[in-house]
Design a protein around this ligand. Sequence first.
Ligand SMILES: [Zn+2]
Ligand SMILES: [Zn+2]
Length: 316
Amino acid sequence: MMSTPRRNFLAGAGALAAMAALSPWHAGHAQGTGKHTRLVLLGTGGGPRVIANGRSKPANLLVINGVPYVVDCGEGVAHQVERAGVPLNSLRYVFITHHHSDHDLDYGNLIYDGWASGLRTPVDTYGPPPTKAMTAAYWELNKFDIETRIADEGRPDLRKLVTVHEFDKPGLVMQNDDVKVSAARVRHPPITQAYAYRFDATDRSIVFSGDTTFSPELIELARGADVLVHEVMHLGGVETLLKRVSNAATLREHLLASHTVTEDVGKVAAAAGVKTLVLSHLVPSDDASLTDEVWTDAVRKHFSGQIIVGRDLLEI
Ligand SMILES: [Zn+2]
Ligand SMILES: [Zn+2]
């Protein structure tokens, strides 16, 4: 059991300093590399369907001055964070673009897994409705385990470490000394609360499209950014995919109305004037005929900057 003075110390203003002192990883990144923003693609396969040995579900990681920011929490995100070399007990900020399950299924689990790894410091989460209700429901779902471990193992109350910041309008989402995060509402019907995020750090600006069809609002948000991580759908590949998926009668209409085909991704990147375009949330994600060259060639018709076809754990 932790003593009371120790617990108060960790909960107070010294929490971040304590974390740096306790975590060699955190200290090394915060002090050793100075101002530096890392981007790691954690999961690059779009859609909820489980695919054996396939791409991991949508999730991204920024490490800004040693502090991790996770954007979307598709299934398996906690494993991917660890594989990216970031200890789960250093979890600090979580952002959800929208509440399709391929983006939030492991939202609660990521935070829980951080706690199971020794997390004792605050976590701030950001997302559109119903992020608050989902967080509360997650605590209810796991009430028995959480309360058992608090009593039995002397862990801090996870529920008190987490603060949910729910928003339903575009604009400034959060700002600290290292980064400013803003959001644009994008077009992803039938979901109306779907957002893209822009992270302006001191050294780089990085934009995540979330899920969207062609959206002028995203072009505005991404204007002049160093990196745009954009979802992408290959039309020919989708036609092949639809022949294999038997239980989704209106899937074709959903995909075409709410996602962005390769040509339009190139147009968005060109109109926004970004330096580097990263293709992620690939749909389909498991068609061997869609090589990196196929994806790149389809996008390059409209965008002459750097194009990177995303893969899991790629650092950019
Ligand atoms: Zn998605
Ligand atoms: Zn979606």
